[in-house]
Design a protein around this ligand. Structure first.
Ligand SMILES: CC(C)(COP(=O)(O)OP(=O)(O)OC[C@H]1O[C@@H](n2cnc3c(N)ncnc32)[C@H](O)[C@@H]1OP(=O)(O)O)[C@@H](O)C(=O)NCCC(=O)NCCS
Length: 236
């Protein structure tokens, strides 16, 4: 009785405590109710909304995850949007062992355990580029690479790499279509707008709805006269 009350209280207090520690450890991240992170590196500013748990994650500038995500062993680029209840990177059980039950390969205590050594299978990290959008409830297998600008549809199970600017969906996820023509994709990948400064992004944001217009405006902006004069040593 006392033990079960203790376990219940611990269950209630632990997520709050983890969230409190995460807020102190990562001041450049906004954590929602009971969201937490451990062994992570955040470029900031980032968000992890209500109930999300992140472990061994590197997250680039501006990227965020919505509520109740489970993200582990993953590198996430800049300006990525991760929907609710997304699962990225998973643990695995050794399918070639006699049994997949953890009590036979892990020293972590399970209801039954007969083993004193850890024989975990190390899973490779998920590598996600920049400007990736992951729809609600998508699941992404360990080791998958998701290219810049890719979109993963709601509910997708991603088991293979997603090319840059592809839209993937389904179980298992397949290519639905590319977001843009090959020519535009090539130019966007060369542009790497996600590495621009805040000033550059503010200037160019009005043209983000049209890639061709953005390419044009960027060329005008980067070749604007004051830069020319600065380069030529005429000003200042
Ligand atoms: C993937 C997605 C972006 C595609 O949107 P779209 O370009 O408007 O796609 P369409 O509705 O034109 O559908 C195109 C095809 O893809 C299929 N499709 C669309 N979304 C799909 C998904 N999530 N999984 C599997 N197939 C999907 C459609 O059935 C259609 O197939 P068909 O050509 O055989 O008829 C969108 O459906 C999606 O899943 N968005 C995520 C929404 C979300 O989770 N929001 C909350 C987080 S911010």
């Amino acid at each position: 009785m006392v033990k079960s009350i203790g376990i219940s209280l611990f269950g209630i207090a632990a997520p709050h405590a983890l969230s409190f520690l995460a807020r102190r450890r990562y001041p450049n991240v906004t954590f929602g109710y009971c969201a937490h992170a451990n062994y992570c590196v955040f470029e900031g500013p980032n968000w992890a909304n209500k109930g999300s748990a992140l472990g061994h994650v590197r997250m680039g500038r501006g990227s965020y995850c919505a509520k109740e995500c489970r993200i582990s062993h993953c590198t996430i680029g800049r300006f990525c949007s991760i929907g609710a209840e997304v699962q990225i990177g998973w643990f695995t059980h050794p399918v070639k062992h006699v049994s997949t039950y953890p009590g036979f390969y892990s020293k972590v205590k399970h209801p039954l355990h007969y083993h004193t050594l850890d024989q975990f299978v190390e899973e490779p990290d998920v590598i996600m580029g920049n400007d990736v959008w992951i729809g609600d409830r998508a699941v992404i297998k360990s080791g998958v690479k998701i290219g810049d600008g890719a979109v993963i549809g709601a509910g997708a199970l991603v088991t293979k790499d997603a090319e840059s600017y592809s839209i993937m969906g389904g179980v298992p996820a397949k290519l639905i279509r590319k977001r843009f023509s090959d020519d535009i994709i090539k130019k966007l990948l060369a542009l790497q707008w996600w590495n621009w400064t805040d000033e550059q992004l503010r200037e160019m944001a009005p043209y983000f709805s049209d890639p061709q217009e953005l390419f044009h405006r960027w060329n005008v902006w980067k070749n604007r006269p004051n830069q020319y004069f600065e380069r030529a040593g005429v000003m200042g």
